[in-house]
Design a protein around this ligand. Structure first.
Ligand SMILES: [Zn+2]
Length: 471
């Protein structure tokens, strides 16, 4: 492993000089991509081929480079809200456009391989930042029926290229853990099964060897944060079908990493993993990797919450008990998919000692009660200054009633907004309910939770917190 790591480490270390700087967050669009692809279109190193249009007429292009015998096919974002690998592909294009550094690595790759990229398979879904295409069909369940134009383009491209290796690039839930641990599954891999018995053949074994090597090399940067995706056979998915058609397929799933909401670190890991994979295919290094290395990778498990509050004291029916609370946050798209707000849900109450949170708080000795609704009504949201909100939070209120909710889909303030129709709505601490409560000790309120956001009242309140609106 040693000398391959020395080579590929340079890819990681030099990442910043290749990063596509015009993209800084996950919710870029097809139009942003076309601008980036313009510089490739005019460069002789790359071949640019229009291969079809999405339902709404957005163009899909197959971009190729290299002059090697071994053909490689890489596609990204067939799920419109899974954009991490697309960002990494832009960085990889820059890597090959550059002529000033790591030329040995580039030459090894481009002399032995021909690379075909189909970035952003689902541009209409991307526009709305949704998984499915505009028919609301999951393209990755359309590999047999081929009812979506995007899915047909993917299949036709594959058949035309006849790749020896295929890279299927996705994002997975940030709440997956790497095995039964507190570590997020930041990257997970899979050598997809080609039958329901999950049999092995030389095609699948090649994928497993490459993944085994990637597991080792990536572990240096994200130790214990790498997992294996479920290998259940899904005949309607492209990875499984391509594997069965004889192309060694490697699934890369981008998960979560603490303090990386926009997945810019995971983007770098994708850049590194994909280029490392290409390099070890090009120099045939993977042939010496043992299959047992793949088997060592733990599976994705569902052991994570966004936040876990531990050892809270509840008082119900004159009795006391202690329990933990796990909170799940869901990103909800703003209308045009260009931004999002958060919606919370209580995912579990009780003994969560075998679960973990990105954020954890030990609240032993603190009492929890549901947040209250303030009795005075406000005319509209503009009447609520920051000072007023902070005052209300300190008194145990988590909701205010506002006469004109103005059709807002979320509250920009760290407090929930109720319309007059909902003024008697009661918060209840119950699984699947929103997380809105007040945490105190000896009668003094120290913390409050608004829509799942944990707020320490002795500190300045984060401006990114959003409450909910109940119309
Ligand atoms: Zn996906």
């Amino acid at each position: 492993m040693k000398n391959i790591q020395t080579i590929t480490d340079q890819i990681f270390e030099n990442y910043d000089s290749f990063k596509e700087k015009s993209i800084t967050h996950r919710r870029f669009k097809h139009s942003n991509m076309l601008k980036i692809l313009d510089k490739i279109k005019s460069n002789e190193k790359f071949n640019f081929e229009f291969v079809g249009k999405s339902v709404l007429g957005r163009e899909l292009n197959l971009i190729s480079t290299g002059k090697g015998k071994t053909k490689i096919f890489l596609w990204s974002q067939m799920h419109g809200n899974e954009s991490t690998a697309t960002m990494a592909l832009f960085d990889i294009f820059n890597f090959f456009l550059d002529t000033s550094s790591l030329n040995d690595i580039k030459e090894t790759i481009l002399n032995n391989l021909t690379l075909y990229f189909l970035p952003m398979v689902n541009p209409d879904g991307t526009e709305l930042f949704q998984r499915e295409n505009i028919y609301n069909i999951d393209i990755n369940r359309d590999a047999l029926a081929l009812q979506t134009p995007e899915g047909r383009i993917l299949m036709e491209s594959f058949k035309k290229i006849e790749p020896v290796f295929s890279f299927n690039l996705h994002d997975q839930s940030i709440l997956y853990s790497a095995g039964n641990t507190h570590n997020p599954s930041t990257i997970s891999f899979l050598a997809p099964a080609y039958d329901k018995e999950k049999s092995l053949n030389p095609t699948r074994e090649k994928s497993m060897r490459i993944i085994g090597a990637l597991y080792k090399v990536l572990s240096k940067y994200i130790p214990a944060c790498i997992a294996r995706y479920s290998d259940e056979f899904e005949p309607r998915a492209y990875g499984d079908i391509f594997q069965s058609m004889g192309s060694s397929t490697i699934l890369i799933e981008s998960g979560g990493s603490k303090n990386d909401t926009e997945k810019q670190f995971i983007r770098k890991l994708n850049f590194f993993a994909i280029l490392t994979a290409l390099f070890i295919i090009a120099d045939k290094y993977y042939e010496d990797i043992k299959l047992s290395l793949y088997e060592e990778i733990p599976y994705n498990e569902e052991k994570l919450f966004n936040t876990v509050l531990r050892n809270l004291t509840f008082k119900e029916n004159e009795q006391n008990f202690s329990a933990d609370i796990g909170i799940i946050m869901e990103e909800i798209n703003k209308t045009n998919g260009s931004g999002f707000y958060q919606k919370s849900e209580i995912g579990g109450i009780g003994d969560l000692s075998t679960f973990y949170g990105y954020e954890e708080y030990n609240l032993k000795g603190y009492e929890i009660v549901p947040g209250k609704t303030y009795s005075k009504k406000f005319k509209n949201i503009n009447e609520l200054s920051n000072t007023i909100v902070v005052n209300l939070l300190n008194q145990g209120y988590t909701n205010v009633v506002v006469e004109e909710t103005e059709g807002r889909d979320f509250s920009p303030l760290p407090i929930n907004i109720l319309s007059t129709r909902n003024e008697y709505k009661k918060n209840k601490i119950k699984t699947e309910n929103p997380a809105d409560f007040v945490i105190s000790k000896n009668g003094k309120i120290n913390f409050t939770v608004i829509n799942g956001f944990f707020i320490n009242l002795s500190k300045e309140i984060d401006t990114n917190i959003n409450g909910r609106v109940y119309h």
